[in-house]
Design a protein around this ligand. Structure first.
Ligand SMILES: *[C@@H]1O[C@H](CO)[C@@H](O)[C@H](O)[C@H]1NC(C)=O
Ligand SMILES: *[C@@H]1O[C@H](CO)[C@@H](O)[C@H](O)[C@H]1NC(C)=O
Ligand SMILES: *[C@@H]1O[C@H](CO)[C@@H](O)[C@H](O)[C@H]1NC(C)=O
Ligand SMILES: *[C@@H]1O[C@H](CO)[C@@H](O)[C@H](O)[C@H]1NC(C)=O
Ligand SMILES: *[C@@H]1O[C@H](CO)[C@@H](O)[C@H](O)[C@H]1NC(C)=O
Length: 520
């Protein structure tokens, strides 16, 4: 830390903000809106119903109505989007995060504000909607989602805040309140470097609705901003230089007056000082893990692979040759293109009404786990499901019944899967391995386009596969002798922007004995 370093000790030890995400009581199995696009759409509906209901009561609300209208326009709220537009909206992490924060923090406050103005009938509708807003755990999951995409894709927070994702500019940005919420969360997690990055951007913005009325209703997010920014800079600074000295200094100067604070701020706001701060905050870079390189699509391209029409295996393929792309030769891994059709995708989405949480880790005591996906088993008999199973059998030669279950999954805001093996428990329910053997192979259909992120990465062999709607990827998890093949380690990268749907079939070992006899 350079120029401002000597100023920073002033604030160490000053009481931390009142409360962000405090202690939470939560049921792990409860749906998290943030963990799937399906959930985010539900949340959008809660907000729409709430807003719609109020907007329909212009007469009762009087001038309070105007306040609501201004708020909605400041957060980019739009009524009457088509379903397609809604999906696109929540597929963008910036919108998804704003939606979570708005409904978590603001919606109950609006409700409080309007309480007296609205009639009794509508009151109970609103009370029910307020009960449905995301809880602290969901909010924290959304924050983790943003944190994850920032880290894994090496996004600059300045860009993220402006709606730029990997160089693509979207027509949205995080609001002032969103930025401060992120800063506060990072501060709470003791990541002062990242907290300072968020606070710094917030300090450059202004509150969208600076009117006293809004501050009265929603609170003043800037109240502690400057102090928090300076504290974060100091705490970060003390981790990178002269820690003991700085802390001693700090304790001497704990009580900074507002005036001192303002002086430091105006110093920090000097353009050349700000450039220095920026340099300091961004200079220390963690080197990416191999998996992260994969998520960013940075593995070296393999050159000896081909794309061909496969038509020799059996009668089915002779009639309708399929486009097969080799992904890896050893271990063998391939992708078929255009093998899941839009009508089938519609049907499979219709089967996902009762999705449950998928987790990144095993349950450990009462600890709340990261919810990383929502999934459901497609267990109802269906001609479409039979057709898909039959197609897998035809394409791969595996031996299973065409009325077997398939797993449908949908991802959410920055949700992901850590590197794992399919042959041991991965947080999903495992099939009955006592009777069928372990999972010999995994078949993964991509049921949507994901414009950014969401790749399947195999870090042991440096393979990245980006989702392509209608394609099917398959690989082996076991060697010929049934022993685990660690090269099958794989991970689902967080979706950066998109609505990620997959359909999965795990092929158990024992029924394949005759179609894939051991070589030795
Ligand atoms: C809610 O308010 C609207 C507009 O004032 C009114 O027409 C409607 O009857 C109310 N609904 C209930 C359930 O009271
Ligand atoms: C699946 O079957 C169950 C039981 O028969 C039924 O209640 C449910 O509605 C079906 N689901 C769909 C999506 O058709
Ligand atoms: C489970 O939690 C305990 C502490 O609560 C920790 O020490 C342990 O490493 C955790 N185990 C796993 C597998 O995460
Ligand atoms: C798996 O199959 C075995 C043998 O049929 C049975 O005893 C066991 O209860 C099954 N386990 C589960 C979890 O269904
Ligand atoms: C994968 O790439 C990393 C560099 O990103 C390299 O060090 C490693 O040797 C590669 N592994 C394989 C199996 O190609």
């Amino acid at each position: 830390m350079r120029k401002y370093h000597s100023l920073l000790p002033v604030l160490l030890g000053f009481a931390v903000l009142n409360s962000f995400v405090g202690c939470v009581e939560d049921i792990e199995e409860k749906e998290r809106y943030s963990s799937s696009t399906v959930g985010l759409l539900k949340l959008l509906k809660v907000e729409e119903k709430f807003t719609d209901n109020l907007l329909n009561q212009v007469d009762q609300l009087g001038e309070k109505f105007e306040a609501l209208r201004m708020y909605l326009s400041s957060v980019g709220y739009e009524l009457h989007r088509s379903l397609n537009e809604k999906v696109q909206y929540v597929s963008n992490p910036i919108n998804a995060f704003s939606l979570l924060r708005r409904t978590h923090e603001d919606l109950p406050k609006w409700h409080e504000y309007f309480k007296e103005a609205i009639g009794e009938g509508n009151q109970s509708i609103l009370v029910d909607l307020v009960k449905m807003v995301p809880n602290d755990v969901d909010m924290l999951s959304a924050m983790h989602g943003i944190q994850r995409i920032e880290k894994i894709y090496d996004l600059k927070i300045d860009d993220l805040a402006q709606g730029v994702l990997q160089g693509v500019q979207y027509n949205v940005q995080l609001t002032y309140r969103d930025l401060i919420a992120m800063g506060n969360s990072m501060y709470q997690q003791s990541d002062y470097q990242t907290a300072a990055k968020w606070y710094r951007i917030a300090c450059k913005r202004e509150l969208e609705n600076p009117e006293q009325l809004f501050i009265q209703i929603l609170g003043d997010p800037s109240e502690h901003l400057h102090r928090q920014y300076i504290k974060s800079l100091f705490k970060y600074g003390s981790t990178t230089s002269e820690p003991s000295k700085s802390i001693e200094e700090a304790f001497i100067m704990v009580q900074a007056s507002q005036e001192e604070l303002d002086n430091i701020m105006s110093d920090l706001n000097e353009p050349q000082n700000d450039v220095e701060v920026e340099k300091d905050l961004y200079q220390v870079k963690r080197s990416p893990s191999n998996c992260e390189l994969g998520c960013r699509g940075l593995y070296r391209q393999k050159t000896n692979l081909v794309c061909r029409y496969k038509s020799t295996a059996n009668t089915f393929l002779r009639l309708a040759p399929l486009k097969l792309e080799e992904i890896s030769l050893d271990p063998f891994m391939a992708m078929y293109h255009e093998v899941l059709y839009d009508s089938e995708i519609r049907e499979l989405k219709g089967q996902s009404m009762n999705m449950v949480n998928g987790y990144a880790s095993q349950r450990n005591g009462t600890e709340i786990r990261d919810t990383v996906v929502r999934y459901d088993w497609w267990s109802n008999t269906s001609l479409v499901r039979e057709r898909i199973n039959q197609r897998i059998i035809d394409m791969t030669g595996f031996n299973f019944l065409k009325d077997e279950k398939l797993q449908i999954a949908n991802y959410g805001l920055g949700t992901y899967f850590q590197p794992h093996f399919d042959y041991s428990s991965d947080g999903f329910e495992t099939p009955n391995i006592t009777t069928l053997g372990d999972r010999l192979a995994s078949i993964l259909f991509y049921a949507s386009e994901v414009p950014q992120g969401g790749a399947t990465v195999f870090p042991e062999i440096n393979v990245t596969v980006f989702p392509q709607k209608g394609s099917m990827l398959y690989w082996f998890n076991l060697h010929d002798d049934g022993k685990p093949d660690i090269r099958s380690l794989h991970s689902v990268c967080p979706v950066l922007n998109g609505d990620r749907w997959t359909l999965t079939k795990w092929v158990p070992m024992f029924p394949q004995m005759f179609s894939f006899p051991c070589k030795s």
